[in-house]
Design a protein around this ligand. Structure first.
Ligand code: BGC
Length: 505
């Protein structure tokens, strides 16, 4: 494979060489399967919560309301315990990402991924065999812990093992698996909707497959050299570095990692350190990327696509089928991002997508506002137009804010605040996924089509943020960000003026 050359910040004249080895690819593919667990969960909720057998057993009120004639289109699914089913997972993931951050730095990225798969498996069993709402929600909470652990460890793992030149592409394997997980869930929903009365159990139970892939697959992969060196396993760290780079001469990169980890070791309280001025740029950006990602409105569409399509008057199965199309498009357009991210850069993708997404949200809002009343359905032509605008929205999201919401926070922190800082990114994602999952059905009931204009305003804001405040990180080695990115940025450089490492100040 093509050799990769990366410069060294301590001594910019020295360059560290390496190849894109097959072993790195295998590690990347296995670790990314953590994304399958996350994605499957996102995709399965919308389908299961529109299955009658499931609703009748756990949410009889919603079941009755759904089937009552002349129900208000925008309000028929508005039910707090139904929303709690979808969103409890994200609350658990939010809290557990902080525990996972500690585990990542004390024990490594690999055991954190293994723990993720085990929590997830127990959650799957409770869900598939649920006899009452309590069992269902406890199962969801354990799935959430699994997702929190995996989403904390996997993107960091990927960014750390990758050579800088392909870091974007390798990291986006995580998001690619998220989208494959969503698609798989959509396919399962489609077939299981007709299997009465146990279809929903199978749909929830199949989530065990990605967890097993991660659990057994993780036996094959290495710990990241960064984490080994950080935990003072220098010899193993050097050997692993040679193995993943495919060359014997790894001294320059090894020295760089030792320097970064010595600096990191001087920091006793990474979380406290994040409150220091010098951590402000990374923290603000990591949180903003995730908050903005959620305020594109993506999960209003992902979780509730079948519900949304039923709102527009599609029959139950046609609506599941449409979400299948959306799922496939999401995967395909994420591949576009894998190919482009290290070529055109992060900013170009984000900005282009803002335009695409704002147009789609506005168009959907206008069509629904002018045509969908409380009780009618959309005619065929307009329904098709809404589906097309949803596709335009999804494609933009899939090659930009989707993957980059995870990539950028994983590559901008220095080692001493990396796992702690990244925990804020993960938890912000979970918090706002929770907020949207919890609020969307009520917002739709109260704001009606206005909800799409609400998301459009957010997209404009995030575009302005990227233009002024998000620096380009393409191709820059992860431990050189301070010198080459933050100290050079027109705005953020003012936070870099103390020439001491965070934690020492
Ligand atoms: C987001 C999820 C979203 C998914 C869609 C992920 O990056 O975090 O909230 O549902 O992308 O592909």
């Amino acid at each position: 494979m093509a050799p990769v050359v990366v410069s060294n910040v301590a001594n910019p004249a020295v360059e560290f060489a390496g190849k894109n080895t097959v072993y790195v690819m295998i590690c990347g593919i296995v670790a990314a399967s953590g994304g399958l667990m996350f994605g499957y969960d996102i995709g399965i909720s919308g389908g299961v919560t529109s299955m009658d057998d499931f609703l009748e057993k756990f949410f009889p009120e919603v079941f009755l309301r759904k089937h009552r004639a002349k129900e208000d289109n925008y309000c028929k699914f508005d039910n707090h315990s139904l929303q709690l089913f979808t969103s409890s997972l994200y609350l658990a993931a939010l809290l557990s990402s902080f525990v996972a951050s500690k585990m990542c730095s004390s024990f490594g990225r690999k055991p954190t991924m293994q723990a993720a798969s085990l929590f997830f498996l127990v959650g799957v069993l409770l869900n598939a065999f649920a006899v009452d709402l309590a069992m269902l929600i406890i199962g969801r909470i354990l799935l959430g812990v699994g997702v929190g652990f995996a989403n904390q460890a996997v993107p960091l793992f990927l960014s750390e093992i990758a050579p800088a030149k392909i870091r974007g592409a390798l990291n986006i394997l995580f998001q690619l698996d998220v989208t494959i997980g969503i698609l798989a869930a959509n396919v399962v929903n489609y077939f299981m909707a007709e299997k009465h009365p146990w279809g929903w159990r199978a749909a929830l139970g199949i989530a065990g497959v990605p967890a097993c892939i991660l659990c057994f697959g993780s036996l094959l992969i290495t710990e990241t050299p960064t984490s080994l060196i950080e935990r003072e396993k220098l010899d193993v760290g050097r050997a692993m570095l040679k193995k993943i780079r495919g060359v014997d001469k790894v001294d320059a990169e090894f020295d760089e990692l030792v320097r970064a980890s010595e600096q990191a070791r001087r920091v006793k309280h990474p979380f406290r350190n994040l409150t220091k001025r010098r951590s402000r740029p990374q923290l603000v950006i990591a949180i903003a990327m995730q908050v903005f990602q959620q305020f594109t409105g993506i999960n209003a569409i992902m979780f509730y696509a079948p519900v949304l399509f039923q709102t527009m008057g599609f029959k139950s199965n046609a609506s599941l089928l449409s979400s299948l199309v959306i799922g496939a498009l999401n995967v395909a357009c994420t591949v576009v991002s894998v190919v482009l991210v290290d070529k055109v850069g992060r900013r170009a993708l984000l900005l282009e997508a803002c335009v695409q997404m704002v147009v789609s949200q506005l168009a959907i809002g206008v069509i629904l506002a002018t045509n969908l009343t409380a009780t009618n359905g959309l005619d065929e032509g307009l329904s098709l137009a809404v589906v097309l605008f949803i596709c335009l929205f999804i494609s933009g999201f899939a090659w930009s804010w989707g993957p980059l919401g995870w990539l950028i926070p994983s590559e901008i922190f220095p080692l001493e605040t990396r796992t702690a800082g990244y925990a804020f990114a993960v938890s912000s994602n979970m918090l706002f996924t929770f907020v949207i999952a919890q609020a969307f059905l009520s917002m739709m009931c109260h704001m009606r089509a206005g909800i799409f204009f609400f998301f459009a305003v957010w997209i404009v804001l995030m575009c302005v943020f990227v233009v002024f405040l998000l620096p380009e990180t393409k191709g820059i080695p992860i431990d050189e960000m301070t010198e080459r990115v933050w100290k050079k940025h027109w705005f953020w450089k003012r936070f870099m003026d103390e020439d001491v490492a965070p934690g020492q100040a």
